[in-house]
Design a protein around this ligand. Sequence first.
Ligand SMILES: C[S@@+](CC[C@H](N)C(=O)[O-])C[C@H]1O[C@@H](n2cnc3c(N)ncnc32)[C@H](O)[C@@H]1O
Length: 485
Amino acid sequence: MPPSANIIWANATPPTSTCYRVLMWEPCALPAELTAEWSNRRRELLSRMRDAGIKGARGTLNQLENELKSLTVKLIEEPLAQAPRAAFSFARAEALGKALQAHGAVLAYRLGTATAEILLQIQGEESMADMLSAWQAATPGMDWCTQPIVQAMNAAEGTAWQQECHSESEPELDTPEYTTGEFHHVTVLLNEAVQALQPTVGKVMVDATLGGGGHTERLLQAGAEVWGIDQDPAARAAAKARLAEYGEKLHVVAGNFRNAAEMLRKHGVQEVDGLLADIGISSPQVDCAERGFSFLHEGPLDMRMNPSAPRSAADIVNTAPESELADILWQYGEERASRAIARRIVQERAKAPITTTTQLADLIATVLPRKGKQHPATRSFQALRIAVNDELGALEELLHTGLSLLKSGGRFAVITFHSLEDRAVKRYFELVTKPEIDRPEWPAPRPNPAYAARLVYRKPITPAEEELSANPRSRSAKLRVIEKL
Ligand SMILES: C[S@@+](CC[C@H](N)C(=O)[O-])C[C@H]1O[C@@H](n2cnc3c(N)ncnc32)[C@H](O)[C@@H]1O
């Protein structure tokens, strides 16, 4: 798909003296020059708003963005989730256009390929350019600037793009939004995890964290069939592209691994021989500034692995009560200055919402001066990421349902990257591998009703020296494995 096909922007007829723009973009899919164009436009808008003396320019923009997001959720995503595609009518797209117009807004919103494809289908339009014309007709007051899309996408490209969209064997409502660009993730504990899972021809395995497909590739090479789950469209797209040669042996499933058992049963898979979860984020997620995971790169305060998830880091930072913020920072980041940071966030957001990664990082640095090598925002960013993606909740659910997916003799391997995750895995694996439980108040040990597996390794496997020096990001990785009885 030509990446530039995803960019649509419009000059709304300004309801005030300030000119706002509507920009729909797909950040990670864009080539650098278009991303730069988007950043420039945003910067220009912000400075124009500031120059115009608009109080709280950033806040206004952020508020407008949030309003548009909610509108889009209300007008597009919710109806899509609830209704069959056919029920989502042109009227809704029209309503969206009108709503944008009513807000007079120049806002930013992602138009994922999924949304684009669905809009094309429901509007019965042949191409993005035709759809845009329909939108223009539906919003007479709005001066849509179609230049980038129309110029960038000729008829042949448009047809190829549509064919690509429609040839997806299993259309998903959230098909990848980030379909292009490099995806570099160095797989951690590759040999160790694959060895533990014992893949062979005829075995069926689940990779609950497909990522760039590093582990899955080795499982496929050993002849196994793999169901790869990921909630990140960029990861799914990258893995599909990388592993295309394995054809029907790989099934890519969109969703949260907390629902792995349910999702696979929907596909008719009752039991599998192995289940792998390499918990956490991938390098491309951290390294892509637009995903908002890193305090090192200026980007929107987002942190959602699944870009359609309802709550971003900015939502938490700007709306959670002070006590909840402090709890998040303390529980998920073990941040000792959690209360002071939460207080400072609340003071700052009262002036204007906190919308970018560096804004938050700089603010934390005012509370917690830098000591040593670690940036003072490290723990807070980890905490927010865990909260945004409910990472511990999802892991607990995977742990509690994973064993039910395994055949007798099937193996469950989990790689974790920080103590909170490892503690959850260790505790659960201990629970299910003890034949008996004992309590001081009991006269004798009793049979453990949860007993269902044996530990494959008594201690967690950690990366060897060679891996540690080649990939410093692997330093905190731990692999634990159990085998179903
Ligand atoms: C560390 S990466 C996996 C890398 C992969 N093993 C490889 O070698 O390329 C973790 C991946 O799991 C995904 N992920 C994390 N939590 C998830 C969840 N609850 N449900 C589905 N996917 C999740 C992330 O989006 C990310 O792509």
